[in-house]
Design a protein around this ligand. Structure first.
Ligand SMILES: [Zn+2]
Length: 271
């Protein structure tokens, strides 16, 4: 079984600064443990859901926006046992490691040096991770180096579509995945550049030859939050026939050979 635990479902500036929805990204437990997009609160939420960050094997960061990478250094610090052991892999966009015209790198030399490997892959690159393999996928975002992935597992493929505008390539890269986790930031009729809306999610799923068994909407922006993302999920599901969930802190998705099930975890009390 593969378990995916959401440590938040928020995205965009206003949800991030208000924490109306938390922004810790998500954790995949397969043959290895990988944290994806450690936004603000990733470390705290990991402990709250008993996911020991010292047991991570890899961290994936799709791009250099603060809602995706804020906790990167502290998560690397945990993965490397307090920066004392050379351990773990970082798989990240170029902007995360080198910065760009408007951002400093999201990780400094001190933390890069304690990682076992640092990958800055282009779309199409394949990165082995235990029994699984990540195929890196493209995005069209205001950070032009943004990446996503399609994880090949023995239970089928799991796709992550991070911040991106809608483009036809999304269908080619993600068609046939069993589960798609996508940053659906905006509700119907309220699309904005560089992000997916409910309408885009419908268009993508409608055009897929082999539709996923389930879609998880995450990176809920303020307009989506106020519009009621559960209604948007119902709309997507009614039109496309694809079971659609809204991510939230503590949502666990379990993938086994025969089905995809979900449950909501109770947070542990932290002293
Ligand atoms: Zn972004």
């Amino acid at each position: 079984m593969i378990e995916i635990t959401f440590l938040g479902s928020g995205g965009g500036r206003f949800i991030t600064i208000t924490q109306f929805r938390s922004t810790g990204g998500f954790h995949i437990q397969a043959s290895k443990n990988m944290h994806v997009d450690p936004g603000p609160g990733a470390l705290l939420r990991s402990w709250r859901y008993k996911l020991d960050p010292r047991k991570l094997d890899a961290i994936f960061v799709s791009h250099r926006h603060v809602d995706h990478c804020n906790d990167l250094e502290v998560m690397v610090e945990a993965m490397t046992g307090g920066a004392l052991k050379k351990r773990g892999a970082l798989i990240a966009s170029k902007s995360v490691v080198y910065g760009d015209e408007t951002h400093t790198p999201a990780i400094g030399r001190y933390h890069l040096d304690v990682l076992e490997s640092v990958h800055i892959p282009e779309p199409g690159s394949r990165i082995p991770l235990g029994e699984e393999e990540l195929v890196i996928t493209p995005s069209q975002h205001s950070d032009p180096t943004t990446i996503g992935f399609r994880m090949k597992t023995r239970f089928g493929d799991i796709s992550y579509i991070s911040d991106t505008a809608y483009f036809d390539g999304l269908i080619e890269w993600h068609d046939g995945a069993r589960l798609i986790i996508a940053a659906v930031t905006r509700p119907r009729d309220m699309g904005i550049p560089y992000h997916l809306s409910t309408d885009n999610a419908v268009e993508m799923l409608k055009n897929m030859e082999k539709k996923p068994e389930a879609l998880v909407m995450t990176h809920i922006g303020m307009k989506m939050h106020l519009a009621n993302p559960y209604k948007e999920a119902e709309y997507i599901e009614n039109i496309t026939g694809v079971k659609t969930y809204v991510a939230k802190e503590g949502l666990r998705v379990m993938i086994n050979k025969k089905d995809i099930a979900v449950k909501t975890l109770r947070p542990a009390r932290l002293v």
